[in-house]
Design a protein around this ligand. Structure first.
Ligand code: ZN
Length: 155
């Protein structure tokens, strides 16, 4: 997840004139834990093209490494200038794009974790995870491969 923060900072620096005072500040202001949040993660837009991802640390604890994927997916809605909606309100095309982006930029073990999670219907039935899991897995696998993420690698 540290890598993704760095990549996102570089991406943002290239895309806009936002000036960051340091990685620590950017991280602190970009990730807001809220144990009562009803979603795993959701992006929020702040003035001057700044984005924060609010995430639920309790749900994240439950889903482990897959949490990084959902946070990255939410960042992508911000960085791709998608309209900001609740996680269950996005049209399919933007969801696919978010999953695709996240699949390319998180670590391979985080991609594997989300695929395993989405494959486990019992584990996800009470979680705020949206969309057709089989479709999401297909998109994630394809985009991970396109991004050079080699699934199945030993840790
Ligand atoms: Zn989304």
């Amino acid at each position: 997840m540290k890598y993704i923060i760095l990549k996102l900072i570089l991406l943002t620096a290239l895309q806009s004139a936002v000036i960051f005072t340091g990685v620590a500040n950017a991280q602190a202001s970009w990730e807001i834990p809220d144990p009562d949040f009803k979603y795993i993660a959701m992006v929020r837009k702040f003035p001057r093209e700044r984005y924060a991802v609010i995430y639920n640390p309790v749900l994240c604890e439950k889903i482990g490494d897959a949490c990084a994927f959902f946070r990255a997916h939410e960042y992508s809605h911000g960085f791709r200038n998608d309209i900001i909606l609740r996680p269950d309100e996005y049209p399919q095309s933007l969801e696919d794009r978010g999953d695709c982006w996240a699949a390319k930029y998180v670590d391979s073990h985080e991609v594997e974790a989300v695929i395993n999670l989405l494959s486990d219907s019992e584990a996800i039935k009470d979680l705020p995870i949206f969309g057709d899991p089989a479709h999401r897995i297909e998109v994630i696998k394809k985009c991970a491969a396109d991004g050079g993420i080699w699934l199945g690698r030993k840790k």
